[in-house]
Design a binder for this molecule. Structure first.
Ligand code: FES
Length: 126
């Protein structure tokens, strides 16, 4: 399993998990959906960061971590159904589906359905 939490703008090592395109979306080989309330980071093929998560209530999914305000990486806030992701740069907050709740960001984070398929996780844009 990859690192548990998430770096802000320009800091931290690159996540170990990498997503590859699979025609209908992406596949993260060797990944497992996190436990309730946890998240792991991964990189998309363009090297931008994503977050694979499971809320405290068990809802799993993934979002692009790139804040839609000025591009910092948002952080997981431990599965709260509200304000699930927070941006360290200007404090925008987003819900589990990437919708902006407060702060300067007005556009949603890209949001994906995440499904365990054997040893891989498949992502499909919602
Ligand atoms: S870059 Fe995220 S709130 Fe400004």
């Amino acid at each position: 399993m990859g690192a548990v939490l998430i770096a802000g703008c320009g800091s931290g090592a690159a996540p170990a998990l990498k997503a590859k395109e699979n025609g209908q979306g992406f596949i993260i080989a060797g990944a497992q959906l996190p436990n309730a309330g946890e998240a792991v980071t991964f990189t998309f093929p363009d090297d931008k960061q994503g977050i694979l998560y499971r809320s405290k209530l068990g809802q799993s999914g993934a979002v692009s971590a790139v804040c839609t305000h000025l591009g910092c990486n948002v952080e997981w806030t431990e599965g709260s159904p509200q304000a699930a992701f927070s941006c360290p740069c200007h404090q925008s907050q987003f819900d589990l589906e990437g919708k902006p709740l407060s702060g300067p960001a007005k556009k949603p984070l890209a949001h994906y359905a995440a499904t365990q398929n054997g040893k891989d996780v498949e992502l499909k844009l919602l």
